[in-house]
Design a protein around this ligand. Structure first.
Ligand code: MG
Ligand code: ZN
Length: 367
């Protein structure tokens, strides 16, 4: 009886594995990875009910869950969380694109770039902040912003949008003007004005673009930061134009859902969540039209231990935070487009790296 049970289990698990062998899945040309920092299921649910019971997130076809603990802590931080996605390893909290021995690892963005894909990073934090940094920089500590900005410049990422201009041109560790270095290495630079950026004709400029949106950390959406949605739309357009059909990899982060969680500020969280859903709309609208784009949306971890409690109604939620830190609950993963099927199920956060890599065939096209 017990043997029968075990062999049935074995059959079931074999079957599950055989339904979607990842290398036989359709290959997308482009990947857009959307990260809502600190966005757990309660944040999504609260955003949904606070938005007339609809979010664009509902348009995703495939849903999975990831286990987000880091190398040294069941509760991850954003650096280890993003490095799991970008490099496929569990590392210690605070690590940017390095393993648990502080050895640099090639990120999926760097690998995609080597294979001829265009690359992009867009965030509503500074561009040197843990999440975007983990895709293009390598540092033993997330707080070494000025060292990280050197890596960001060296990475050659084709389009970068986020705050943190001071880490580039008002430096304390050296006298370099990275802003000028970006210009001299062929970047077109737009700063402080989304209008500026929206009016650029991408056919008339070079292949690299930087838009530094603030001296330090950009403000919150409800206090006037409005660039994330239009900048995401334009960045996709930029990469679409410049890649000339050869494909692109980009990561867009709704950075401040996490900050609202740390602040236990529900209204702040909802406004960041609704804005991020408009980024989802932009990405899915593009993917629907394009047909060759895999869109993945997830978070690194949940922040605030949010719950939606009894007494709640659709338009008035009774929500409570239980901590000002991150939590260890599993995080949903949503996928749309060619290759999306491999994102169903429950897996480690590091599997998101290998699934994206397999989708782009980076695992076999590597020499
Ligand atoms: Mg972040
Ligand atoms: Zn956080």
């Amino acid at each position: 009886m017990r043997l029968l049970f075990i062999s049935t289990l074995f059959l079931i698990s074999c079957n599950t594995n055989k339904i979607v062998p990842e290398n036989s899945l359709q290959k997308p040309k482009n990947i857009i990875l959307l990260i809502g920092d600190g966005m757990g299921l309660a944040q999504i649910t609260a955003g949904l009910y606070s938005n007339n019971n609809f979010l664009n997130i509902e348009r995703f076809q495939i849903i999975g869950l990831h286990k987000n603990y880091s190398f040294d802590n069941l509760v991850t931080d954003s650096a280890a969380g993003a490095t799991a996605f970008s490099c496929g390893v569990k590392t210690y909290n605070g690590a940017i694109g390095v393993d648990s021995d502080t050895i640099s690892l090639k990120t999926i963005l760097e690998e995609a770039s080597e294979q001829g894909l265009k690359t992009g990073l867009v965030a509503s934090s500074s561009i040197t902040h843990a999440t975007p940094a983990s895709f293009a920089a390598h540092n033993k500590s997330r707080s070494n912003y000025e060292e990280i900005s050197i890596d960001m410049v060296d990475s050659g990422t084709d389009i970068m949008i986020g705050g943190g201009k001071n880490y580039f041109n008002k430096r304390t560790i050296d006298n370099r003007d990275l802003y000028a270095e970006l210009k001299s290495s062929g970047y077109t630079i737009s700063d402080y004005s989304i209008q500026d950026f929206q009016n650029v004709d991408f056919n008339n400029i070079g292949d690299k673009f930087v838009y530094l949106t603030a001296d330090g950390e950009p403000t919150s959406f409800d206090k006037g930061r409005k660039y994330l949605v239009p900048a995401s739309e334009r960045a996709i357009e930029f990469l679409n134009t410049k890649s000339k059909g050869k494909g692109f990899f980009m990561m867009i982060e709704g950075s401040q859902i996490d900050w609202a969680g740390h602040d236990n500020d529900f209204e702040f969280m909802i406004s960041e969540m609704k804005e991020f859903d408009q980024v989802v709309k932009v990405a899915l609208d593009y993917a629907e039209k394009d047909g060759n784009t895999l869109v993945i949306m997830t978070a690194d971890h949940e922040t605030g231990g949010l719950s939606i409690n009894t007494g709640s109604e659709l338009d008035s939620l009774v929500a409570k935070f239980t901590t000002t830190s991150h939590t260890a609950v599993m995080i949903p993963v949503f996928a749309y487009g060619p290759g999306a099927e491999s994102f169903s199920g429950i897996y480690e956060n590091t599997a998101i790296y290998s699934k994206m890599r397999k989708a782009l065939r980076l695992d076999i096209e590597k020499n």
